[in-house]
Design a protein around this ligand. Structure first.
Ligand code: ADP
Ligand code: MG
Length: 729
């Protein structure tokens, strides 16, 4: 019977760590070994080609055909020197994860043999047959093909013996079919708007760059146990399973000693990441058992995001070498913490100023407050959109479920910055004619630096927090493509920066001193966006009530949260930023609703199967043992004594059959609801139907399944239990 489960547990518990060989060289020696970075470019390209390529990268200019051919030749040689046989355009379709189609370098040489061929054309552009990628109706199989084109700001790399070329993926009609294209557009927009504002303080600034440092949380499960849990394998999370008696209540996992098997895995992963040029730096246990975190040093947002996506696929591979499966799902286990991916985000100038770092004097702090006020204004105006940018069927299990993050976006500023802001907005001197910005600033903001360095009052319940020199968007899901959040955030901030500069220009044109005008506009933004600021407990019910009063977006239904993308102000903002047009926005929402629906649909199917074909048969077998027992007792003992002895078993039988009946009824109901939902044509309405009529049933059925788990003989239970899944030896 379930002896299979015990075998799996035995295998998992007795597994010996897979030892990783530590290279003799220091990481700095093999770091980026498999990346065609500037060093390799210099080595493999003629000097003039190298100069032209670097110029194009730094100035975001396109490559011409001739230059592309020269670059391709050098890149090919580098790849061949590393034993590479294939190349691929590597892109980020609207599913989570990445896509690639490998082609070999081989071409006919016209003399009956073959030769390795890789031209500039193949480097620059390809036409993957990608009609089956989600596109929300922008292109279907009958329409023109899409194409992928090299993003020269992200270097090519070698992975799995394949030369990977990071590319954007767009339809011939120009609409983006991926995450990278709009991300590059959003970064471009925040660069332009940010530069215009930064130039108010330093005319030498030519670019404003966006930085991202992600912190990836994940779970590890032994592969034998994973294979015995169809729910984990098909949906990435456990759809059933009673809480383990011990889980995270002792808080003994966080920052605890890392189990040896896991440590070897981490070491292996880090070395692999370093060879790919991913600067991972930090690792530790997380709060939940078997939960861990990995974080790199921050990089420019586009590159950082490529690195996160690459890392997620490398993690899966390395985990297999160590007989683990990595779970990136936001909530693989009920009752313990889920996984997120904090997005540490900041802006900086090409002249080296970090724009969210408090300065040393009043003028630097005016710049600091300028950028902070624009972020506050953006997060306030687009709090619903930011929530939409991180919402998904899987992240829904974290959102609002009494763990980070709450389903309302607010901003944590900390006591010191809050004080500064309060004092800035508390009086209206700026509105009078005789005010001197410098004087006021000296009075109120010149002391920011020392105080903020001591950034101890972090609030873990806040979805968007200021942490000393950056903002941490903590609501991003562990399996998500960070681009989604980074597109919304950078584009929204770009709009506010643009508005800021426009307002200051108007004031200056009206005769105001520039620094007075800047301070005045800072105050306007701070006042307008005060309602987004909340340093209290984001999980409390009082906050929910207050947030609603403040007019913040409190929607909790994921399909409806997506509506924020189609609000007129959002459509307008994205259009102005050149990030999305309305066709793209509508198409993308179709995709979001469709993916939501499919994920819930798969869970419902898998769970229906588990409930009816695993749990019920097992419970029936156990019940029949009990019934048999009762029957024998009654036959053997005198009537009254027999009844007394059998009473508990009978009660158990009754309870079990109640649970079983409930499960059967509700699984049937779930099937009927699915049929009804599937008849709905409109994707949005269908997703809402899945949210309203299927998701609650998953939880209801689970409750009864988990009760049965506690009743049935442990030896008969077919699926590995939480206590087995969650504790790696
Ligand atoms: P935490 O205390 O939040 O766990 P960590 O040190 O683990 O912080 O990681 C925070 C992440 O933030 C790292 O990736 C780090 O490189 C990144 N980071 C630090 N400063 C900045 C910044 N100015 N902009 C963007 N990311 C940053
Ligand atoms: Mg953090």
């Amino acid at each position: 019977m379930s002896h299979l489960r015990f075998k799996e547990v035995e295998v998992a518990f007795n597994r010996t760590p897979v030892k990783v060989e530590i290279p003799k060289e220091a990481p700095s020696q093999y770091f980026a070994k498999y990346v065609f970075n500037r060093k390799k470019m210099y080595e493999y390209l003629p000097k003039s080609t190298y100069d032209a390529l670097i110029h194009a990268i730094d100035n975001k200019e396109p490559l011409n055909r001739e230059l592309a051919n020269d670059v391709a030749a050098g890149m090919k040689q580098w790849a061949l020197d590393n034993g590479v046989t294939h190349y691929t355009h590597w892109f980020h379709p609207l599913t989570d994860g990445t896509a690639e189609k490998h082609d070999s370098f081989i071409e006919h040489d016209g003399k009956g043999g073959v030769m390795e061929e890789f031209s500039g054309k193949l480097l620059m552009q390809q036409e993957p047959d990608a009609s089956s990628f989600p596109n929300g109706g922008i292109r279907n199989t009958f329409e023109a093909r899409g194409y992928s084109a090299w993003d020269i700001s992200s270097p090519a790399f070698i992975h799995d013996n394949t030369l990977c070329i990071p590319t954007i993926f767009i339809a011939y009609s120009g609409e983006s079919l991926d995450y990278k294209t709009p991300l590059l557009r959003a970064l471009n927009s925040v660069d332009k708007a940010g530069t215009a504002v930064a130039q108010l303080f330093d005319p030498n600034v030519k670019h404003v760059l966006s930085y991202l440092g992600w912190e990836q949380e994940y779970f590890l499960v032994d592969e034998a146990l994973y294979a015995a849990r169809p729910d984990l394998a098909m949906t990435g999370r456990t759809l059933l399973g009673h809480e383990s008696a011990k889980n995270q209540q002792l808080e003994d996992h966080y920052f605890g000693a890392i189990p040896m098997r896991v440590e070897e895995f981490m070491l292996d992963l880090e070395m692999e990441a370093h060879r790919l040029g991913i600067p991972v730096k930090t690792r530790h246990n997380e709060v939940a058992p078997n939960q861990f975190e990995l974080a790199p040093v921050y990089e420019e947002t586009n590159l950082a995001n490529d690195h996160n996506l690459l890392l997620m696929s490398v993690m899966a591979q390395v985990a297999r070498r160590h007989h683990f499966r990595v779970l990136l799902h936001e909530k693989p286990f009920a009752g313990i913490n889920g996984s997120g991916k904090h997005n540490n985000w900041s802006l900086g100038t090409d002249t080296g100023t970090m724009l969210f770092k408090p300065g040393k004097n009043a003028e630097e702090n005016l710049q600091f407050m300028t950028f902070v006020s624009c972020v506050m204004s953006a997060v306030h105006k687009y709090n619903g959109l930011l929530k939409a940018s991180i919402a998904s069927a899987t992240n829904a299990h974290r959102l609002g479920a009494n763990e980070a993050p709450p389903a309302i976006i607010s901003m944590f500023l900390g006591s010191q910055l809050s004080k500064v802001i309060d004092s800035l907005v508390s009086d209206d001197k700026a509105d009078s004619l005789n005010f001197n910005a410098k004087e006021e600033l000296n009075l109120k903001v010149s002391q920011i630096p020392e105080i903020l360095l001591d950034n101890t009052d972090r609030n873990r319940t806040s979805p968007f927090a200021f942490t000393g020199n950056r903002f941490e968007f903590r609501a991003v899901g562990s399996s998500a493509n960070c681009a989604s959040a980074m597109i919304a955030l950078n584009a929204a901030v770009a709009e506010q920066l643009f508005e800021f500069r426009t307002a200051v220009d108007a004031l200056v044109a009206g005769g105001m001193e520039q620094s007075d005008a800047i301070l005045k506009q800072v105050k306007v933004f701070l006042k307008q966006s005060r309602d987004i600021h909340f340093d209290g407990n984001g999980y409390s019910d009082e906050w929910k009530a207050e947030a609603a009063q403040r007019g913040l977006d409190c929607e909790t239904s994921v399909p409806k949260i997506f509506d924020a993308y189609l609000e007129p102000k959002t459509v307008e903002m994205f259009k102005k930023a050149g990030v999305f047009n309305d066709v793209e926005l509508e198409a993308r929402n179709e995709v979001k609703w469709e993916i939501y629906t499919k994920k819930v649909q798969i869970e419902a199917r898998v769970f229906g199967d588990l409930a009816l074909n695993h749990v019920i048969p097992c419970a029936t077998r156990y019940m029949s043992i009990l019934l048999d027992n009762v029957y024998k007792i009654k036959n053997l003992f005198p009537k009254e004594q027999g009844e007394a002895i059998a009473a508990q078993d009978l009660a158990m039988i009754e309870k079990m059959s109640e649970h079983m009946q409930f499960i059967k009824d509700k699984v049937n109901e779930m099937v009927e609801n699915r049929k009804a939902a599937n008849r709905i044509e409109c994707m949005r309405e269908r997703a809402i139907a899945y949210h309203d009529t299927i998701v609650p049933l998953l939880d209801e059925i689970r409750y009864h399944v988990d009760k049965l788990e506690l009743m049935v003989d442990d030896e008969m239970w077919p699926l590995p239990k939480y206590r087995e899944l969650l504790f790696i030896r």
